[in-house]
Design a protein around this ligand. Structure first.
Ligand code: SF4
Length: 429
């Protein structure tokens, strides 16, 4: 028996609640089960219960059996002094708080299929535990859950922006520049790209905005990627330029070992991405303000479209010529930047300035963009949950990562429907 199932039954009032009685036989009425606490301390705060004729307001603690109260040391912990009800699967002892006061207990009774369904979910080895049932869950439940998941995902993404702005960077443009640089890392090199941007203030790059060679020298030099040996004319010129600029601005390169190449397609090599980033900086200043000014998806895509300089059309690394290939940002890469950088940034800006229309614009962008294509989304599609837009795909990615993989089915709205179904009863809205 897992305590989490008791939490779940209590939170959603799935217990059989006619004629509830405490372990001492007193009539018990649950007015409010309280607010789930996921931090240290009692499991539910601010519950309201009536025992006999007395109304109690306080906390509720749940355990598999009463004696767990002592096993967990709650009897000598002042944080549990305000527990007004101990809810257990089995009463096997009297429990007292730090003041030696006896705490009323309730043996929780609930339908047997809840335990059965939970066991099935826990032991299921399919791609997701509810693979056999998710198709039966009403569309309205899935749709409202997707909205909540999307908000949750945006909140997670905006937390990083909030962190930047609460630190030494108090400027939206600078925070956007760093977040955008991070986006150019496309996951695998995001940390390195962020370190690179933080080692090279936007203002400094701005001084050289009209000179692409200077921008490339600063970015490749700070990235620690300009080779000392095996050079060619371009890399030698870049090195010389960087040496001069680094001396002038007292710059120190980041640790080049941060850059990862393993399992990357050449088109995603850091060199190519840095060259594209340099081209973007060269083409536009005040990128955040410009982003805010764009009214539609097409103009935002246009703003982020950038083409690596001539040298990189025939190189993936320094001094290794390759077949000429267009090294412009693909539409798919631009959309990844829109999803991971622009949308969270607009959303957070709208939130901070209390401008709902900016938040709406961010969400609209997601609705207008096609869904990403990857193995996770293919998995959902196979189960009948096809993403119609990036809004949907972001929600489904959040669901898989934060709930299905973590087996948090009891916190999932789909799981809630699956848990309540019994063999004789289909899932109902
Ligand atoms: S978290 Fe939800 S969607 Fe994922 S397996 Fe569990 S019940 Fe299904």
């Amino acid at each position: 028996m897992k305590e989490s199932i008791l939490h779940y039954v209590w939170q959603f009032r799935l217990f059989t609640d006619n004629d509830l009685k405490t372990n001492e036989g007193l009539r018990l009425e649950i007015i409010d089960t309280g607010r789930l606490n996921t931090d240290a301390g009692p499991d539910f705060f601010n519950a309201k219960i009536r025992i006999g004729n007395t109304l109690w307001a306080g906390n509720v603690e749940l355990h598999t059996q009463s004696s767990d109260w002592y096993r967990h040391g709650h009897h000598c912990d002042p944080a549990y002094r305000n527990v007004v009800l101990h809810v257990v699967k089995k009463v096997d002892a009297e429990v007292r708080n730090v003041n030696e006061e006896c705490i009323p207990q309730l043996e929780l009774r609930y339908p047997a299929h809840i335990d059965r369904n939970y066991e099935k979910l826990l032991n299921e080895k399919k791609w997701i535990p509810c693979a056999d049932h998710v198709g039966d869950v009403p569309a309205i439940v899935v749709s409202s859950w997707k909205n909540a998941l999307l908000s949750e995902r945006l909140l997670q993404k905006t937390a990083a922006i909030a962190k930047l702005l609460s630190g030494s960077i108090r400027n939206w443009e600078e925070a956007f520049y760093i977040t955008l640089a991070r986006g150019f890392g496309f996951g695998i090199n995001s940390q390195a790209f962020q370190a690179l941007a933080q080692s090279l203030p936007m203002k400094l790059l701005g001084k050289h905005k009209n000179n692409l060679q200077d921008i490339e020298a600063l970015l490749f030099g700070q990235a620690g990627l300009i080779p000392a040996t095996k050079t060619d004319d371009y890399s030698r010129a870049l090195k010389q330029n960087y040496r001069f600029l680094a001396h002038k601005y007292e710059l120190h390169p980041i640790d080049a070992s941060q850059w990862k190449f393993l399992r990357l397609r050449p088109g995603n090599f850091p060199h190519v991405r840095i060259a594209q980033f340099a081209a973007l900086i060269h083409a536009s200043s005040k990128l955040f303000s410009k982003t805010m000014e764009q009214h539609d998806l097409a103009s935002l895509r246009q703003l982020l479209a950038c083409q690596a300089s001539e040298y990189w059309q025939t190189h993936y690394r320094f001094a290794h010529p390759s077949k000429r290939l267009n090294k412009g940002m693909s539409k798919a890469s631009i959309d990844v930047l829109l999803i991971n950088v622009v949308v969270p940034f607009l959303f957070y800006y709208g939130h901070s300035k209390q401008q709902q229309e900016i938040k709406d614009k961010a969400l609209r962008l997601l609705e207008e963009m096609a869904p990403e294509q990857n193995a996770v989304l293919a998995g959902w599609q196979a189960l009948g949950l096809e993403a119609a837009s990036a809004y949907d795909s972001q929600a489904l990615l959040q669901l898989k990562k934060e709930y299905c993989d973590a087996k948090k089915c009891l916190r999932c709205r789909i799981g809630h429907k699956v848990m309540q179904s019994s063999n004789s009863k289909p899932i109902t809205p």
